[in-house]
Design a protein around this ligand. Structure first.
Ligand code: NOJ
Length: 742
């Protein structure tokens, strides 16, 4: 035993020493190269251009031939170039530059590359870290085989406003859940570490607070206290950093009057200072140049000065650095040491990835061909898809459906849709035929059933159409499945909406079909929480499917026919109306918390709407039921250096095996400053056979009790804490209190 321990300690030491030695050699190599570089070549490393054929932002057409610029050493990275053929062309150009510094190839590999996985918000509903890590791993493996070595993901912006189109890219509203997911995704993308041919650099974005854009309008201002920034918006970034994220991207928004891209507070003080980040920061697309329309600087010369001083290392598509930075140094406005620091950070990553040893390391057509669309990865996408589905309603256990059904009516504009199922920010490298539609998924599971189809209406139809065909079709069937929701252009960047109801007249179509009295299952597809009050009240079964990617039809059918028992839980609150937004579960109590509808002066709610959401954070049903009983707590008082445990029995009280996500919320009853009425602090996703009981234990320690005071110090305050355990933020089943004594 002692020998094993010694051997273990020795190998850990060896590993640490080797890693340290490698870092030291890389540092020496970087310095040697830096010493050879002219100022212009240094600035070139800080410049990133969009590739030639695809754009993910407003294109600037003034740059001339980009390959020539690469040959002249004026480019450190390109984005939006996919595939070994194209990346090779650019890397060959880089190898013709004086110092032959390899290029980085960046791409928004957000939820899959060739195989599309569920949109990130959907995946977040799985509360399943290994599954999300695997999803990112598959995406990285495919992308890295196609010449890409850097993904602009994960997006870790906390979002409490479903009007914002980019909620689909993140993990929802909660800092605790969001932090775990951020870490899992970084690990998935970076795999066993940079230097491996299946690892891409992660880029954590958008630093910071982009998700709090006022009114949910993309790119908009953010105004928030530093305490809220630290308490709610920064934790997922820190978690991503702790997981080893190689790069960060700054953001379009201003934060309290300073554009994030020009914010030394964010990039130098917090990220590179307090957090000790050693990687590099890339700007968002033209976000350096956009400090001009923000009204923060008067021209690109000033923009470049502000951005480099603030800690933005690489300029994506502004041309602010390439056109001004050398002059700024010569004019004495920017010390060359700042430029050196940025170049050093970028070169270090290029060395760490082994690009100097082999610039074509990621550019291998055989590997590209062999890696895409592997059956086991397609299966992983299908599994991730069904894990992401949230069952919202299931009256009289309408679901799961029998595979022996004779006639199924499939109604709605998304029934036969293929491309939209991939959701926004899919790379579209696979032909659309690779996507399984809802109709195909149903047919695969119930091949004996006759599927009657009616479109009913188009997604955007705004005037009541004649639903006769849909109604007649429904009447002929044993069961009706409706596929309705948004289209692919309704979420994603620059796709905020003021009206987040199910678009067009689709809810009228649901009404007409439900009125037939047939059993109706509504599948809701969207990249955000939608509003659908009538459906919530009257449709017998509702399945929130989001966008699940290439395997969507199969994943949905797995749930519909009971091959898989749904266990997804909402990562974002679903409002009853847009007027309730922003809406989130971990709010502060007012001095007059809502008591009841008749207490006029105690009504801190609206006079025309309750405060409660349609569906709460953490909510989601299963085909089985669970009970929470026998809570016990190990101590009723602890000091802040101590910990306690709280345990309970989770039982599957139904007839089907299933998983529940048991959630632990904490409330600090009296605190200055105030603490939320509930904060998620832990959870466990547990699989139980019918009748099976498992005893679940959560540990509570200082980390779970501390919070930021107004001086941004993490503190705990003595007093009473309430522990709440349940199946959703609004389904608390067990409670206990304890005292924190000091
Ligand atoms: C702008 C988006 O905000 C960012 O998330 C993305 O990575 C870049 N464009 C590059 O496409």
């Amino acid at each position: 035993m002692r020998f094993i321990k010694l051997a273990f300690t020795f190998s850990v030491l060896l590993y640490v020493n080797t890693a340290f030695a490698q870092q030291k050699t890389i540092a020496a190599k970087v310095e040697a190269l830096l010493n050879k570089m002219t100022l212009d070549e240094k600035v070139g490393q800080l410049n990133q251009y969009n590739g030639d054929w695809e754009a993910t932002g407003p294109v600037t057409k003034d740059v001339g031939n980009k390959l020539d610029a690469v040959k002249q050493g004026k480019v450190g990275s390109v984005l939006n170039i996919m595939g070994t053929e194209h990346t090779r062309k650019f890397q060959q150009a880089a190898m013709q530059s004086r110092l032959k510094i390899p290029l980085l190839f960046g791409q928004d590999v957000i939820h899959g590359y060739s195989i599309t996985f569920p949109i990130p918000l959907a995946e977040a509903a799985s509360w399943d870290m290994p599954a999300m890590e695997r999803s990112a791993r598959v995406a990285a493996t495919e992308a890295a085989a196609a010449g890409i070595n850097w993904t602009f993901a994960p997006m870790v912006d906390i979002a409490r406003d479903p009007r914002w189109g980019r909620v689909m890219e993140g993990a929802g509203e909660d800092p605790y859940l969001g932090s775990l997911i951020a870490g899992a995704r970084v690990k998935g993308f970076q795999g066993k570490g940079l230097g491996n041919t299946d690892a891409v650099m992660a880029c954590v974005k958008h630093f910071a607070a982009y998700g709090a854009a006022i009114g949910g309008r993309d790119y908009n201002s953010v105004d928030m206290s530093k305490r809220t920034l630290w308490q709610t918006y920064l934790p997922p970034f820190k978690a991503a950093l702790d997981a080893g994220a190689a790069t960060f991207m700054n953001a379009f928004n201003d934060l309290n009057g300073t554009p994030a891209t020009g914010s030394s507070y964010l990039q130098r003080d917090i990220l590179k200072g307090q957090w000790g980040f050693k990687g590099f920061v890339v700007s968002d697309w033209n976000s350096i140049g956009e400090m001009i329309p923000h009204g923060f600087v008067k021209d690109n010369y000033e923009a470049a000065e502000v951005a480099i001083k603030a800690g933005s290392d690489m300029d994506m598509e502004s041309r602010a650095y390439i056109n001004n930075l050398a002059k700024l140094v010569k004019d004495g406005r920017v010390p060359v040491t700042l430029v050196n620091d940025a170049v050093r950070r970028i070169l270090t990553k290029k060395f760490e990835m082994g690009l100097f040893d082999d610039p074509y390391k990621f550019i291998n057509p055989e590997r590209e061909k062999a890696t895409m669309n592997k059956p086991e990865n397609i299966e992983a996408a299908r599994d991730m898809g069904r894990k992401s589905i949230v069952l919202l309603k299931n009256e009289k256990q309408l679901l799961p459906l029998s595979k022996e059904l004779k006639t199924i009516a499939l109604i709605g504009p998304l029934s036969r849709e293929r491309w939209y199922l991939k959701g926004a920010w899919s790379t579209d490298v696979d032909p659309n035929e690779n996507v399984v539609t809802i109709e195909e998924g149903i047919h695969n599971q119930a091949p004996g059933a006759k599927i009657l189809y009616a479109e009913g209406c188009k997604i955007k139809d705004s005037v009541a159409t004649d639903f006769k065909e849909a109604v007649e079709t429904a009447k002929k069937a044993d069961v009706v499945i409706m596929a309705v929701g948004e289209d692919i252009f309704m979420t994603g960047e620059a796709r905020s909406k003021a009206n987040i109801h199910i678009p067009g007249v689709q809810e009228d179509l649901i009404k007409a079909v439900v009125a037939t009295g047939k059993p109706v299952v509504v599948l809701l597809m969207a990249g955000r929480p939608m509003v659908f009050n009538w459906t919530a009240e009257h449709a017998p079964a509702i399945v929130y499917t989001w966008w699940l990617g290439s395997q969507m039809g199969n994943s949905v059918a797995d749930v519909l026919f009971g091959n898989y028992n749904p266990a997804g839980k909402l990562p974002m609150t679903f409002p009853r109306s847009e007027g309730q937004i922003p809406i989130y579960y971990n709010f502060l109590n007012t001095g007059r918390p809502a008591q009841g509808d008749n207490d006029t002066f105690y009504r801190s709610s609206y006079i025309d709407a309750p405060n409660t959401p349609q569906y709460a954070f953490g909510y989601g049903l299963s085909y089985t039921t669970f009970s929470y009983t026998n809570i016990s707590i190990s101590k009723t008082a602890i000091k802040k250096t101590e910990s306690l445990t709280v345990s309970f029995d989770l039982k599957n009280t139904g007839n089907t095996a299933g998983e529940d996500v048991a959630q632990l919320y904490i409330r600090d009853m009296v605190a200055q400053p105030l603490r939320p009425v509930k904060e998620l602090k832990d959870f466990k996703k547990v699989m139980l056979a019918p009748g099976e009981t498992k005893r679940i234990t959560f540990t509570i320690n200082k980390e779970k009790l501390q919070f930021y005071n107004d001086n941004l110090q993490l503190i705990t305050q003595p007093g009473e804490f309430k522990l709440m355990i349940g199946a959703a933020s609004n389904q608390i089943k067990l409670e206990k209190t304890f005292q924190l004594t000091n």
